[in-house]
Design a protein around this ligand. Structure first.
Ligand code: FE2
Ligand code: FE2
Length: 277
């Protein structure tokens, strides 16, 4: 495994507010991100199949391929949004350590898009966009308060997306898709952890108005997140109602976990109200 050059890892944490101990944890995530960095060329392009191969009739094969293409399209769409978000966070961050960290996150998200683009091409192209993800993107990108952006994107969204990668990886063993999902599980684990660490720093000085705004933002975002997770493109419309109620139960568990994490930040999330579609 390639090791990161020494200078990057030994750079001393400094802080604009004269309290480097407060942002030490964020700096640690910067170092971790540098250590974990990978390249799209590290993947076994051409050696293993991009998506699971199916046997059976031509129609069956085409239908299965359509399902995988829609899975890839949705993740490509999500990571394209993540590139824009990471760039905004890099610009908005108020601490040197956080800016260093976000410079790695912006590279991560761009690399994810690169990998999804190549995978989409190898799997026969992209398909229909998820309209709820576009809605979520609009909402995230329009937020103007740093505390709220970190909260909704890294504390909630990146945490709730991880089980999706595990699910996709489990059903695509031995493929490039599985490999990519495993890499993204690690990366988004770091993104979420770094967001938690930075949110703790930011909340030290946040007033009640900002905290209330964060809670209201979560209330607005959660139902759209659920619609995004439950959305089925036409390739997956045939998936029956039994599966849907299982999916709804899963989304509910994931959201509850997100709410629990938010409360661990000291936010009064008992106030969060949301309804599932
Ligand atoms: Fe990503
Ligand atoms: Fe991410």
């Amino acid at each position: 495994m390639a090791t990161a050059p020494k200078d990057q890892l030994e750079e001393k944490a400094t802080s604009i507010d004269g309290h480097p101990e407060r942002t030490k944890e964020v700096f640690r995530y910067y170092q971790l991100a540098k250590k974990q960095e990978w390249q799209v060329r590290d993947m076994s392009w051409g050696d293993i199949p991009p998506i699971p191969e199916t046997t059976g009739s031509k129609e069956r094969q085409a239908r299965r391929q359509g399902i995988w293409r829609s899975v890839i399209t949705q993740q490509l769409q999500a990571d394209s949004l993540a590139v824009e978000m990471a760039a905004q966070l890099l610009e908005l961050a108020r601490h040197h350590e956080a800016k260093l960290y976000y410079s790695t996150m912006a590279q991560d998200e761009a690399r994810h898009v690169e990998a999804w683009l190549r995978l989409a091409e190898a799997a026969g192209g992209t398909s229909e966009r998820d309209p709820y993800l576009d809605k979520l993107a609009q909402m995230f990108l329009g937020l103007d308060v740093l505390e709220e952006k970190v909260f909704l994107m890294q504390v909630f969204f990146e945490r709730m997306i991880i089980p999706r990668f595990r699910l996709i990886a489990r059903s695509s063993r031995g493929t490039l898709l599985e490999d990519l999902c495993n890499r993204l599980t690690v990366d988004d684990g770091i993104h979420h952890g770094a967001g938690m660490a930075y949110e703790r720093v930011l909340l030290r000085d946040a007033d009640k108005k900002t905290k209330d705004k964060m809670i209201r933002g979560a209330e607005k975002m959660l139902p759209i997140f659920a619609q995004h997770v439950l959305w089925r493109p036409k390739e997956r419309e045939f998936i029956g109602s039994a599966m849907r109620s299982r999916d709804v139960a899963r989304v509910r568990r994931e959201i509850e976990e997100g709410v629990r994490i938010a409360s661990s930040l000291g936010l009064d999330v008992g106030d969060i109200e949301y309804t599932l579609p």
